[in-house]
Design a protein. Structure first.
Length: 465
């Protein structure tokens, strides 16, 4: 489905942390690739001048990938700055003037969600939303009701086809590779169902804590921060059927179908944990009941996946930082040779970060006279080229400029994901404390009802988990 390319790029929150860490590096990358030949307008409430914003942009790039002098010269020539309170109509008048007749601008709201309504309404009243697209950052609400309210606010000014909800996780090379692997290999389809898959595990581990962001984390917790969005989306990519067609609408429709088939979470299949020392963090309540760890079991009520448990585990202060998927296959029905234990069954392993790894677990005969086997892994490992590889933000902003919504989340998908986690959001019980550097509370092992228990990731290059 061909769509017209945007002809201007504006970003609200130009002096903020997100712009500093992600947006300026992405803009330089897009310029270097020749994809940003248009006006670039930063908007912020901070009393900056254009020269000050350029100094901040250069500092951003020097700390995040390096300054490409040629690309930076282009950025400096195209960058404009509009300063003022987002509630002031004059800000949008100045923005319209800076757009200089652009008819299809892309407005990126790199600002707190509490400001979305003010900015969206300002864009609508001023005419800056006419023919435009808008990119909004997660979180897309903090529960189902607020997500629906946010969608309604956006739709008062922008049609859904012009709304791009950005989740940088979906722009990661490893996550895109997961989707490609699923549908580019015919050998996978015959075994990718309840007939051959025993269970699926997704682990997102972080070895660090809240890193000085205690006040922020008190408002979200692990379930809102990464489960409802990143990890449910990974689960969708693992379990969805092939889309009917190549266009973004077909892709999003299939993802929505899968999300709607997910059974709402049951509190009996959820364990919440909090690492020892979290309550000593600045901004954290002394009696905080916010989880820094969650382990949960989900089910998908489709013909393909009926009866197959999916398990998600995410937490901070765990033994290492990585995201890994393990798809355990069922054991052979008869042990012809040596007895194959549960942990030695066939599997597929996807390491999504920090390395990009796809591995298949198999068994081979040990050398010698006896018919005894051993577990081996067949491994494909990618080492991305940092020069030629686009960052997730660069890739996603490029797609938004082209109007390709394949890697963005629709309004219905956001609401469907919230419906899955909604039943456990109001859990006010005290999370179980766990020691930093462990795999969470001991009771988390009970979430997994199979023989094998959790596959704890190990450092890549070590023995398979």
């Amino acid at each position: 489905m061909a769509t017209a390319r945007s002809d201007a790029f504006t970003f609200f929150g130009a002096t903020g942390d997100l712009a500093y860490k992600q947006v300026f590096p992405a803009l330089q990358g897009l310029i270097r690739r020749g994809e940003l030949d248009m006006p670039i307008i930063g908007v912020a409430r901070a009393p900056y001048t254009l020269d000050q914003l350029l100094v901040r942009a250069r500092d951003s790039l020097s700390h995040h990938g390096g300054v490409d002098e040629e690309a930076f010269a282009v950025l400096a020539a195209r960058l404009r700055f509009v300063e003022g309170d987002y509630a002031d109509p004059a800000v949008y008048d100045r923005l319209k003037q800076a757009l200089d007749g652009a008819s299809r601008p892309l407005h990126y709201l790199a600002i707190p969600p509490s400001m979305f309504a003010t900015v969206v309404q300002g864009l609508g009243r001023s005419g800056c939303a006419k023919g435009a697209r808008v990119v909004v950052e997660k979180p897309f609400g903090r529960d189902l009701a607020s997500a629906m309210e946010l969608n309604q606010t956006l739709h008062e000014v922008f049609p859904e086809s012009s709304v791009f909800r950005i989740d940088h996780y979906l722009g990661k090379e490893a996550v895109r590779n997961l989707l490609y692997f699923r549908f580019a290999n015919a050998f996978l389809e015959p075994i990718w169902s309840r007939d051959h898959v025993d269970s699926v595990q997704i682990t997102m581990a972080e070895s660090f804590g809240v890193q000085g962001r205690g006040a922020f984390y008190e408002e979200v917790g692990a379930i809102r921060d990464v489960v409802q969005n990143h990890l449910l989306q990974v689960m969708v990519l693992l379990a969805m059927d092939s889309p009917v067609g190549h266009d973004p609408v077909a892709m999003r429709s299939e993802k929505l179908r899968l999300l709607r088939a997910m059974r709402p979470l049951d509190s009996s299949a959820v364990v919440r944990g909090q690492f020892r020392g979290y309550r000593d963090e600045a901004g954290v309540k002394r009696d905080s009941r916010v989880e820094t760890f969650a382990a949960l079991g989900l089910h998908i009520d489709t013909w393909r996946w009926a009866g197959v448990p999916f398990y998600i585990r995410a937490g901070k202060c765990l033994p290492l930082t990585t995201t890994q998927v393990m798809v355990d296959l069922k054991r052979p029905p008869v042990a012809i040779f040596d007895e194959i234990q549960a942990a030695q069954s066939n599997y597929f392993r996807f390491r999504l970060s920090p390395e990009v790894v796809i591995a298949a677990g198999a068994r081979v005969k040990r050398p010698g006279e006896t018919m005894e086997g051993e577990a081996v892994e067949l491994v494909a490992r990618h080492t991305p080229d940092p020069v030629s590889s686009a960052s997730p933000y660069e890739r996603l902003l490029s797609d938004a400029l082209r109007g390709d919504s394949s890697l963005f989340v629709s309004d219905e998908s956001v609401e469907a994901a919230w419906r899955v986690v909604e039943p456990i959001l109001a859990d006010g019980s005290r999370p179980e404390e766990y020691e930093p550097g462990t795999w969470g509370p001991e009771s988390a092992r009970k979430v997994f009802v199979g023989e094998e228990g959790w596959h704890d990731p190990v450092a890549e290059g070590s023995a398979p988990c």
